[in-house]
Design a protein around this ligand. Structure first.
Ligand SMILES: NC(=O)c1ccc[n+]([C@@H]2O[C@H](COP(=O)([O-])OP(=O)(O)OC[C@H]3O[C@@H](n4cnc5c(N)ncnc54)[C@H](OP(=O)(O)O)[C@@H]3O)[C@@H](O)[C@H]2O)c1
Length: 269
């Protein structure tokens, strides 16, 4: 299936690793131009190299090192995409961070940190990008939210609330821009074996500590067993759905919040 992404100019945030890096790689493999955005320049360069290899020279790959919560980050990403590619067609708001914690233990500041990362940053990015896409008459925006935004996770309180707000934000932009050809959608992954889970000190190690599982493998199996599908997702299983929503083929999908969670959130609407 031709996804119609060849020559499309894309920005992916949180692209230095995990779901974002894989999304950038798959977009490049489709012949798109991609601007990879995150804070860590070294990791961005590694992700850009993998994306270039996947693209086999068909599209351009650029990096931009910034913190997406900076007030001017949205404008900066738009300006960089236009300077490098001449346009901006696709925006993937993917940057994120999480840790396990009980609601009584979350300091005020951390509620604001998650709100900045999951609401203000995507809002500013969409506010910058969507009018340009609307002027061109074509655009795709994908907001990477979470199952925790649909059904709050007791052990991720501030993250869950911010992701729920991001779903609402995504729907508002979808309604505002659908008639202009700019289609805005959300993806709600369940647990994914990205660095967020697998890096030392990440969610898996924290889960092992919380559950007193005997090993990482045991903790991983236990986390997987809570899902109808019986395991965590691979990053490519999330990135594939994101790339589809970025594509020409998703031409009648707007305002959706697609679960890609192995059946975790048991709702049928
Ligand atoms: N993994 C899961 O189980 C899971 C489940 C549901 C939803 N999600 C969501 O999926 C998205 C991607 O998660 P992931 O699992 O791929 O996480 P990850 O492996 O930890 O990668 C997160 C990415 O976001 C970037 N980032 C974080 N804060 C940033 C900031 N302030 N400014 C710019 N970039 C920032 C990181 O790069 P730098 O550190 O270099 O900036 C990194 O590239 C997130 O929104 C996450 O909430 C993940």
């Amino acid at each position: 299936m031709d996804l119609g992404l060849k020559g499309r100019a894309c920005v992916v945030t949180g692209a230095s690793r995990g779901i974002g890096a894989e999304t950038a790689r798959l977009l490049c493999a489709e012949g798109a131009d991609v601007l990879l955005v995150a804070r860590d320049e070294e990791r961005l360069n590694e992700a850009a190299t993998a994306a270039r290899q996947a693209g086999e020279g068909s599209g351009q790959v650029e990096i931009l090192s910034l913190d997406v919560t900076d007030e001017d980050a949205g404008e900066c990403m738009l300006a960089t995409a236009i300077a490098r590619f001449g346009q901006l067609d696709v925006l993937v708001n993917n940057a994120g961070a999480a840790q396990w914690r009980q609601i009584d233990d979350v300091p005020d500041r951390d509620w604001y940190v998650q709100y900045e990362l999951n609401v203000m940053a995507p809002m500013r990015a969409m506010r910058a990008a969507a009018p340009t896409m609307a002027e061109a008459g074509w655009g795709r925006i994908v907001n990477v939210c979470s199952t925790a935004g649909k059904r709050p996770s007791a052990a991720m309180p501030e993250y869950s609330v911010a992701k729920a707000a991001e779903l609402s934000l995504s729907r508002l932009f979808a309604d505002r821009y659908a008639k202009s050809g700019v289609l805005v959608n959300a993806i709600c992954p369940g647990p994914v074996k990205s660095e967020m889970w697998m890096e030392p000190g990440g969610l898996l190690d924290q889960a092992q500590e919380m559950t007193e599982a005997g090993s990482r493998e045991e903790a991983l199996a236990e986390a997987g067993s809570k899902r109808p599908i019986g395991r965590l997702a691979e990053v490519g299983e999330i990135a594939g759905a994101i790339v589809f929503l970025c594509s020409e083929r998703a031409s009648y999908v707007a305002g959706a919040a697609w679960s890609v969670d192995g059946g975790t959130v048991q709702v049928i609407i």
